[in-house]
Design a binder for this molecule. Structure first.
Ligand SMILES: [Ca+2]
Ligand SMILES: [Ca+2]
Ligand SMILES: [Ca+2]
Length: 225
């Protein structure tokens, strides 16, 4: 019995450690970075980067993005293509040069109307697990970022309730970037790369399985004694 308690405690330590070691990891599709206010003119230079934190390929034909100041339905775009596990996907442009950190577009698309540049009143960008044509003022996003000053427009987040402001207003030429546990303003936008990683599900399952086998082994042993 004492051995079993020790084993359970070690398992808890392993899983506690696993959680702590995974800052920066995500297990879903997320918006990972946005350049909404590129240096110079915004039109055809803005981009949105996605990251696939799942273990499978995602068909983006079932996903869309909406943005705006008073609601996410101000502008919408239908995603298309696929995104591999642990891969980045960039939609926007189609201009790519030093003014917008030279992104390599997965989906070249003139975001229109342009993404809001925020200020004292926050704006938002949201990822929807639905077709763009279905997005309304009240569609609950799968994932969202609210950036700028106060969320006085009452933009909602994935819970369907008014969301907290995730990050301040990025100066021109700087992006907002998701780091897994929150957003930052990034003075050096990094389209197509970043620090996010997927949750290592296979190793977690392996540890759980080996832990369970260990418990079964102890039970059997105590029975034969
Ligand atoms: Ca545009
Ligand atoms: Ca803009
Ligand atoms: Ca990035």
């Amino acid at each position: 019995m004492k051995a079993m308690i020790t084993l359970v405690c070690s398992l808890l330590l392993v899983f506690g450690g696993l959680g702590a070691a995974q800052a920066g990891s995500v297990n879903t599709l997320v918006i990972s970075e946005v350049l909404y206010d590129p240096a110079g003119g915004d039109d055809q230079r803005e981009w949105i980067e996605l990251f696939n934190g799942t273990a499978g390929v995602i068909d983006l034909a079932e996903w869309s993005i909406g943005w705006g100041g008073s609601a996410y339905s101000y502008g919408t775009l239908q995603l298309d293509g696929t995104i591999d596990p642990a891969a980045y996907f960039i939609v926007g442009g189609p201009t790519s040069d030093l003014s917008n950190s030279s992104p390599s577009y997965s989906l070249a698309f003139d975001i229109s109307p342009d993404l809001q540049n925020s200020g004292t009143i926050a704006d938002g960008i949201a990822l929807f697990h639905t077709l763009a044509s279905s997005i309304t003022n009240t569609t609950v996003p799968f994932f969202s970022v609210i950036y700028g000053g106060a969320n006085s427009s009452s933009l909602i987040d994935h819970t369907g309730s008014v969301g907290a402001v995730d990050v301040g207003d990025a100066p021109s030429g700087q992006s907002i970037e998701f780091l897994g546990d929150g957003w930052v303003i990034n003075p050096s936008p990094n389209p197509g790369s970043g620090s996010l990683s997927t949750v290592p599900v296979p190793s977690a399952i392996w540890m759980l399985a080996s832990g369970l086998f260990g418990l079964v082994g102890i039970k059997r042993k105590s029975k034969t004694e």
